[in-house]
Design a protein around this ligand. Structure first.
Ligand code: HBI
Ligand code: FE
Length: 289
């Protein structure tokens, strides 16, 4: 999400120096709790058979369906016992450096607010449903948790080397929009997909997008879109493989990438391992659902 301009580099009034704010769980309204329940129930009709086991198991372990928006003081001890992670509240998007520092310290920053009832299907800023339902279940997986922490640790370094745009693409095509190959077929693990009713179906079943085997440098060169369904999804063999691929020094990777050009969102290269060669029909007809 480095495409967003951060106007304020200082935390807003009421936020701590690390941009965190209290969840203030008691202040959520009945309508807001209902919005969580509606979104949760809808995803549960869609995700079995489409989402990865790691995601479904994490969801279950955290018990996020006890009625309304999860109370972090109840959820955090469960998450912390599994991988040492906690979730903290932030007002919305935070500066890159702040975001990376939280991840490096095993804190996942979540939006405090929930979308309005007339925005159930689409919003651009991450709310608590996207951040908690979408991201937090995968943080119960030790390999995925290690990958997220390494991403935070590598963020400042990438920024200082002028390679943040490349690193952000890795986040985008894994943490947000990743697919996984399993014995039962392709499964979703990306938070941007699992938190969207429409993209959960599109990402695994629609003939439009390309689905291509994960390759670190290929992914880091690939442009992405923030405002519509993806035109390409990258498929990892396993979470462990993703961790092994990324828990290494990216300095030589960045050196090689500096001599390369960006890859278009709809490109299929001769070197790609192609799971699906998409028709791109959805994007061709103008997209946006
Ligand atoms: N802030 N709250 C929040 N959530 C994000 O996902 C996020 C952010 N700030 C920066 C950011 N993501 C990205 O710039 C990095 O992943 C590159
Ligand atoms: Fe996200």
């Amino acid at each position: 999400m480095s495409d967003f301009e951060h106007v304020f580099q200082e935390p807003p009034p009421g936020a701590a120096a690390d941009w965190t704010i209290p969840q203030d769980w008691e202040a959520y309204t009945a309508v807001e709790h209902q919005t969580w329940d509606t979104l949760y129930a809808r995803q549960m009709t869609i995700l079995p058979g489409r989402a990865a086991d790691a995601f479904m198991n994490g969801l279950k372990a955290l018990d996020l369906n006890t009625g309304g928006i999860p109370d972090f003081s109840v959820m955090n001890p469960k998450l912390q016992a599994l991988t040492g992670w906690t979730v903290v509240c932030v007002p919305g998007l935070v500066p890159d450096a702040v975001f990376f520092d939280h991840l490096a310290n095993k804190r996942f920053p979540s939006g405090q607010f929930i979308r309005k009832p007339d925005q159930l299907d689409y919003l651009q800023e991450p709310d608590i449903f996207h951040d908690v339902f979408g991201h937090v279940p995968m943080l119960t997986d030790p390999d995925f948790a290690a990958y997220m922490q390494a991403y935070g640790q590598g963020g400042q370094r990438a920024a200082s080397l002028g390679m943040l745009a490349h690193l952000a693409r890795l986040y985008w095509y894994t943490v947000e929009f990743g697919l996984m190959e399993t014995a039962k077929g392709l499964r979703i693990y990306g938070a941007g997909i699992v938190s969207s009713a429409t993209e959960s179906v599109f990402a695994v079943e629609d003939p439009s997008p390309n689905r291509i085997g994960f390759d670190l440098e290929r992914v880091m060169r690939t442009l992405y879109r923030i405002d519509d369904f993806q035109q390409v999804y990258f498929v990892i063999p396993s979470i462990e493989a993703l961790k092994d691929e990324t828990l290494k020094d990216f300095a030589p990777v960045y050196e090689r990438l500096k001599g390369t050009t960006d890859i278009a969102i709809d490109a299929v290269l001769p070197t790609d391992r192609v799971f699906t060669r998409g028709t791109q029909a959805y994007a061709a007809r103008g997209g946006r659902f």
